[in-house]
Ligand binder design. Structure first.
Ligand SMILES: Cc1cc2nc3c(=O)[nH]c(=O)nc-3n(C[C@H](O)[C@H](O)[C@H](O)COP(=O)(O)OP(=O)(O)OC[C@H]3O[C@@H](n4cnc5c(N)ncnc54)[C@H](O)[C@@H]3O)c2cc1C
Length: 401
C-alpha cells in the first residue's frame, strides 16, 4: 500500500517489480536498469541505519559500482585477534550508506509503498527482497529444519576511538573480555571496532547462538572489555546499534512458487559470518542477466517464467557450496572461546588467497572444499576432532545435483 493507503496500481506494472528497497533490492534494481529492463523498486524508503562493511576486494571490480565512491572508510589491512593478533593484508571497507543507496537507486524508478500481498502487483515478474524473514513470502527454513540461530550484537558509537587495543580498525577481537553473558556464560563473544560516520563503533557480538542472545545482555561484556561501566558507556554513546542476523537461514526450496526471492529473503547470508551485502551486490548482475534472457524469450504480454530466475539466484553448484558453509557454521557454533581462537589463528595463518574464497557464498563447491581440507591439514591436532563435529551429511550433498 502507498502512504495514503491506496494500492500503487499502474505504477507496479512493467516487466519486473522488486519489492523491498534495502541493499539487496536496490542492487538488483540497479542491475536491471543497467540491462535496460523496465523495472520498478518498491519499498517504504526507510533510511539504512545499520553499519554495513565488507571485504572491499569482493566488490571492487563490480560493474554495478563502477566509478562510484561508496565508502565512508577503507583500510588496506585490518586487525583480527584470537590467541594471537594478525594484521590481515586484505582491503576492508565501511560503506557510506547514503552514497551506496544513492548510487544504486540512480535512474531507478522507485515507488514508495509497502506491499503485503504480491498478487496486487501487476508486473510480469515479482521479486521479493523484503529481508529475512520475508514480509510477503515468509521465512525460509534453517539447515536443521529448526529456527535459524542468530547473530546478535550491541554497538556503541563513541565520539573517538577507545584507548587500548581496540583503538585501531579491528574486525574480530576474540580475546577474553573478562566477563561473560549473564545466564549464557559459555557463549563466546567478540568485539568489532571501526570508524563510522559520526564517530567510532565498538560492538560486542555473538557470532551465532540459538536461542538468540538479547543484544542488551552484551552491554556488560562490552563495558568490561573496554574497562568501563555500562553507565559510562551509555553516557558516552553518540548512538547505539542493535544487530540481529539470521545465521543458517536456508535458500528457498527448489519447488517454491510465488515471487522470486533475492538477498536476505532468499537466505543469501553467509552462514559463518552473517555477511550478505557483498553477495547481494555481486549476485545482482547474474540475476539481472537471467531476467534479461527470459524477457528476450517471452511474449511481452505473458508473465516471465520465474524458474530460470530462481536458478540464477541459487545455481545448483552454489547450493552445494551452501552445505559446506552450513557445515562450517555447525563447527564454529560448537567451539568454545579457546577452540575459536585456535581455529581462527590457524585460518588467518593461511595465505589470504587461500582463505578468502571461504568468505563468499558464490565460491564454487570444489574450491570451497579445498579450503576446508587445507584448513583441516594445518589445524592443530587438538582441534581436528572438533572440525569433524559438523553434520558430515553436508559433505555427501556435494555430490548431489
Ligand atoms: C545492524 C546490522 C548490521 C549489519 N552489518 C552487516 C555488515 O557489516 N556486512 C554485511 O554484509 N551484512 C551486514 N548485516 C547483515 C545484512 O547484510 C543486512 O541484514 C542487510 O540489510 C540485508 O539486506 P536485504 O536488502 O536483503 O534486506 P533488508 O536490509 O532487511 O531490506 C529489506 C527492505 O525491504 C523493505 N520492506 C520490508 N517489508 C516490506 C514490504 N512489505 N513491502 C515493501 N518493502 C518492504 C524494508 O523497508 C527494507 O528496506 C547487518 C545487519 C544488521 C541488522
Amino acid at each position: 500500500m502507498t502512504d495514503d493507503g491506496t494500492v500503487a496500481g499502474d505504477a507496479l506494472r512493467g516487466d519486473v517489480a522488486v519489492i523491498g528497497d534495502g541493499p539487496a533490492g536496490s542492487a538488483l534494481a540497479a542491475a536491471l536498469r543497467r540491462h535496460g529492463i523496465d523495472a520498478v523498486l518498491v519499498g517504504p524508503d526507510e533510511p539504512w541505519t545499520a553499519t554495513y562493511t565488507t571485504w572491499a576486494d569482493d566488490v571492487d571490480g563490480l560493474d554495478l559500482l563502477a566509478g562510484a565512491d561508496v565508502w565512508a572508510h577503507r583500510f588496506g589491512r585490518i586487525t583480527v585477534r584470537f590467541g594471537r593478533t594478525h594484521e590481515v593484508e586484505r582491503p576492508y571497507g565501511v560503506f557510506d550508506n547514503e552514497l551506496l543507496r544513492r548510487h544504486l537507486r540512480s535512474g531507478v524508478r522507485h515507488v514508495t509503498a509497502t506491499i503485503d500481498d504480491a498478487s496486487v502487483v501487476g508486473a510480469r515478474l515479482v521479486v521479493d527482497a523484503t529481508g529475512w524473514p520475508s514480509k510477503i513470502s515468509g521465512p525460509t527454513g534453517s539447515a536443521s529444519g529448526e529456527e535459524p540461530a542468530w547473530q546478535t550484537a550491541i554497538g556503541i558509537v563513541l565520539p573517538a576511538p577507545p584507548p587500548g587495543a581496540l583503538g585501531v580498525p579491528t574486525m574480530m577481537d576474540f580475546s577474553d573480555p573478562g566477563a561473560t553473558i549473564v545466564g549464557r556464560a559459555t557463549v563466546p563473544t567478540f568485539a568489532y571496532s571501526l570508524p563510522v560516520a559520526g564517530g567510532w563503533l565498538v560492538e560486542e557480538t555473538v557470532l551465532s547462538a540459538s536461542p538468540p542472545v538479547d543484544p542488551e545482555a552484551l552491554l556488560p561484556v562490552l563495558a568490561a572489555r573496554l574497562d568501563t561501566s555500562v553507565g559510562e558507556l551509555i553516557d558516552a554513546a553518540v548512538s547505539i546499534e542493535r544487530v540481529r542476523i539470521p545465521m543458517g537461514a536456508q535458500p528457498p526450496g527448489r519447488s517454491e512458487s510465488g515471487p522470486v526471492r533475492y538477498g536476505a529473503s532468499a537466505g543469501m547470508i553467509h552462514p559463518a559470518t552473517g555477511y550478505s551485502i557483498a553477495s547481494a551486490l555481486s549476485g545482482a548482475d547474474r540475476v539481472a542477466t537471467a531476467i534479461a534472457d527470459q524477457i528476450a524469450r517471452t511474449d511481452p504480454t505473458e508473465p516471465i517464467d520465474p524458474a530460470p530466475i530462481r536458478r540464477a539466484v541459487w545455481p545448483d553448484p552454489l547450493r552445494r557450496s551452501r552445505h559446506l558453509h552450513d557445515y562450517g557454521h555447525d563447527v564454529l557454533t560448537g567451539l568454545d572461546r579457546n577452540g575459536i581462537q585456535r581455529f581462527f589463528d590457524a585460518f588467518f595463518d593461511l595465505p589470504v588467497d587461500t582463505w578468502s574464497p571461504y568468505m563468499r557464498i558464490d565460491t564454487q563447491p570444489r574450491r570451497l572444499a579445498a579450503v576446508m581440507v587445507r584448513m583441516f591439514a594445518v589445524a592443530p591436532w587438538s582441534l581436528r576432532g572438533r572440525l569433524m563435529t559438523g553434520d558430515l551429511r553436508r559433505f555427501s550433498r556435494l555430490l548431489r545435483p
